[in-house]
Write a protein that binds this ligand. Structure first.
Ligand SMILES: [Zn+2]
Length: 176
């Protein structure tokens, strides 16, 4: 598993600012966090490493015939805003799991379980949550459903977070 959180791209959806608890200055209230393309993909496409990459669906790739890397979105509701925190990240699906899913599919959906390629920094750097996605979902990329994670992530996933909590998360990320 890799750890390239310096490349985490945080973008703003809402033109709203808040006062940072770390530096006391205003920062944008951002609600989209995009994790980088996994090295296993970019190493092959750039020719840095030999390997075979097969595109299965939009932003879903079979690597060396062994495992699948798929982009997916995870949504955490923001309880006091008409918005949600969107984590655009990547999951790894092992071969046995992919085989099982393809064997049981009716072509309308392919439900697979995979592990996040990156930890989510504010839920702990050693936690790689497990999520379920439909590989052929109609969206730009599938929206993941949380199956297993740290207690803190599970709680936020179910209950949502407040704007105050989002501000804390953003302050910490800005000054990490
Ligand atoms: Zn700050």
């Amino acid at each position: 598993m890799q750890n390239h959180l310096d490349h985490l791209i945080i973008t703003m959806r809402d033109n709203q600012k808040f006062i940072c608890r770390r530096c006391g200055k205003p920062h944008q209230l951002e609600t989209v966090m995009e994790f980088p393309l996994p090295d296993d993909i970019s190493d092959i496409t750039s020719g840095r490493k030999p390997g075979e990459l097969k595109t299965l669906f939009k932003q879903s790739y079979l690597i060396d015939g062994k495992y699948i890397l798929t982009k997916c979105a995870l949504h955490i509701n923001i309880v006091d805003l008409p918005d949600e925190l969107e984590l655009q990240t990547w999951i790894r699906i092992e071969r046995a799991e992919a085989k099982r899913a393809y064997g049981n599919t009716d072509g309308e959906e392919i439900i697979v379980t995979g592990k996040l390629v990156y930890p989510i920094p504010f839920y702990g750097m050693s936690d790689y949550p497990v999520v379920k996605v439909d590989l052929v979902a109609e969206e730009v990329y599938p929206v993941g459903k949380l199956i297993f994670s740290s207690e803190a992530f599970r709680r936020d996933w179910h209950d949502g977070i407040t704007t105050a909590r989002l501000q804390e998360i953003l302050s910490d990320l800005h000054h990490a």
